[in-house]
Design a protein around this ligand. Structure first.
Ligand code: F6R
Length: 259
């Protein structure tokens, strides 16, 4: 079962996850991080950046979860640009070691298989950060995505495009397609850390953690992974039926286990 950790604020969540990431880099200087974009992981990236001097991060490798298709990498909202701005620069990572799927139209046909090969060459992802979309997506694996899917082109749902319109001047500017790690790719990572904040995420968080395993809620695939940590603020956890049990389990967990 996933470990569900409920904390008062997103900043508390960020502190907890930053601890785990710094500890991983200390143990494994060539650690491979799976990097989500969107609003949710931003406090985590800030918390890691604030402590990055405690470790040598020069050999850390990174793999973004996804990229918009057809948006030039130079566009400020391309995930290449976001990862550079929020992760590579503040953490002082080596740019050549941080990868983002190729969303340019000339490479779409092979972008997925190329990315899978890069992840394989890097030795697989040690810790994969995940947010969750309002429709239950992780990466851009929209409802109905195969649990066995690998990195590939996906069409975005209307809801995802509406949700992400806040990063653009209008919904018409939000690309209709993406290149995303598949659910099968995500399942291969050694540790999944999923974050969700705010009351708007509460229903989908409940469905993903406590509902049936179903491609209609792609994030429910985390129920199949042997090492998952789900870090929620109180608002995002507010519809969980077994919240008391999760709180108990976490409060009584041996400290040596870490996250
Ligand atoms: C981003 C990603 C998406 C987001 C999700 C939640 O790389 O893969 O799955 O994690 O759309 O987005 P926010 O965090 O903006 O609510």
């Amino acid at each position: 079962m996933a470990e569900v950790v409920i904390v008062p604020t997103p900043e508390d969540a960020a502190t907890l996850v930053a601890d785990a990431v710094i500890d991983l880099i200390r143990r494994k200087p060539r650690a491979v991080l799976g990097l989500a974009t969107g609003s949710t992981p931003s406090p985590v990236y800030r918390a890691i950046a604030a402590r990055i001097n405690e470790v040598d991060a020069s050999q850390v490798q990174g793999f973004a979860l996804d990229e918009y298709a057809g948006l030039p990498a130079s566009h400020p909202e391309s995930y290449r640009a976001v990862i550079t701005r929020e992760v590579v620069e503040p953490m002082g990572l080596t740019p050549a070691l941080v990868h983002v799927p190729r969303g340019d139209l000339a490479h779409l046909r092979t972008a997925g298989s190329d990315y899978e090969a890069q992840i394989h060459t890097a030795g697989g992802i040690d810790l994969q950060l995940l947010g969750i979309g309002g429709d239950g997506h992780i990466g851009f694996n929209e409802p109905g995505s195969s649990f066995a899917s690998l990195t590939r082109v996906k069409t975005l749902t209307r809801q995802t495009r509406e949700d992400n319109a806040r990063f653009f001047s209008s919904i018409d500017e939000v690309p209709s397609h993406s290149v995303t790690q598949g659910l099968g790719t995500i399942l291969r990572a050694r540790h999944l850390v999923m974050l969700a904040f705010g009351a708007a995420k509460a229903p989908v968080v409940q469905a993903a953690i406590e509902g049936p395993l179903t491609a209609s809620v792609p994030a429910s695939v985390v129920q199949m992974h042997p090492h998952v940590t789900i870090v929620l603020d109180e608002a995002a956890a507010s519809q969980l039926r077994n919240a008391d049990y999760y709180r108990d389990a976490y409060a009584n967990k041996p400290t040596w286990q870490g996250l």
